[in-house]
Design a binder for this molecule. Structure first.
Ligand SMILES: Nc1ncnc2c1ncn2[C@@H]1O[C@H](COP(=O)(O)OP(=O)(O)O)[C@@H](O)[C@H]1O
Ligand SMILES: [Mg+2]
Length: 264
């Protein structure tokens, strides 16, 4: 298992100035129409640095999940452009977009989204099986060892705790060595101890495996594991913070909080 004692230890992140893993250029996303119209993203431009752990923070309804879904090709934008590497997602047809998501992006969701009838190992290798790819055994071993669940690989999700299920989901996201992993509130359903294990795992995937991870969260403690925090408010990118601590993030969030509105 990885060290979960402190969110601020580890090697320094990759040098600044590298090409971003993904970027958004003035993206707009609206839901509904007329009086019911909601501008979920209002001309958001952002770069997600490669080889870094980025957290997206903001109050409830600020557009965090929408931004993640648009940048991961799970949802379309109304205007603006989204790039993963050099590929403009807004120009891909559905078939190519599906293939890009499958081959180049990893996903981790709040509700784990494991297949209940498959074992942990079968869940981990499922994306490769669907893509018709053979797992690289050495890499699979590395990933399995890093989640610390080798002795539970034949268990089904219902036989695992929430934290264990989310670590399986993390391994599933990593096993294809995606260019970028998107996680939406990955600790939202976990107790603090299990959440810390998942966060430490994600941070290690960045520091030790060179992965790029982007995590949506409303929790300042979770955000403190990241190298960079992007703050959204009301569909706009309003601030960024490098080398965050929970205290600094909480302090910054207070400026966005409205009476009666939570962070989620
Ligand atoms: N499918 C949808 N239909 C209508 N409105 C939506 C939909 N998804 C999100 N919204 C609205 O868009 C805004 C941003 O939502 P979301 O991205 O989920 O925020 P967050 O993840 O920061 O809580 C909110 O006002 C929300 O109600
Ligand atoms: Mg959300």
């Amino acid at each position: 298992m990885t060290d979960i004692s402190s969110p601020v230890t580890g090697d320094p992140p990759a040098p600044v100035g590298a090409a971003p893993a993904a970027r958004a250029d003035r993206i707009v996303k609206e839901y509904g129409r007329g009086d019911a119209k909601v501008v979920a993203l209002n001309e958001v431009s952002v770069e997600l640095p490669a080889g870094r752990f980025t957290a997206i923070m903001g109050p409830s309804g600020s557009g965090k999940s929408t931004l993640m879904h648009c940048m991961a090709g799970l949802d379309s934008v109304d205007s603006g452009r989204v790039f993963v590497g050099d590929v403009d997602l807004t120009r891909l047809d559905d078939k190519r977009l599906t293939r890009l998501r499958r081959d180049r992006i990893g996903f981790i969701f709040q509700a784990f989204n494991l297949v209940p009838t498959l074992t942990a190992l079968e869940n981990i290798t499922l994306p490769l099986d669907i893509a018709g790819r053979r797992p690289d055994q050495a890499w699979l071993d590395t990933v399995v060892d890093s989640i610390g669940l080798r002795e539970r690989l034949s268990h089904r999700p219902s036989e695992l705790s929430g934290g264990q299920q989310q670590r399986v989901a993390c391994a599933r996201a990593l096993v294809s060595r995606p260019e970028i992993i998107f996680a939406d509130e990955p600790t939202g359903n976990l107790d603090s101890r299990s959440g810390a294990e998942v966060l430490a795992f994600l941070r290690n995937a960045v520091r030790e495996m060179g992965q790029t991870v982007v995590m949506v969260t409303h929790d300042p403690v979770a955000a403190a594991y990241a190298d960079l925090v992007l703050f959204l408010a009301d569909g706009r990118l309003v601030d960024q913070m490098a080398d965050p601590t929970a205290e600094k993030v909480l302090e910054r969030m207070k400026g966005f909080e409205l009476p009666g509105v939570g962070y989620r």
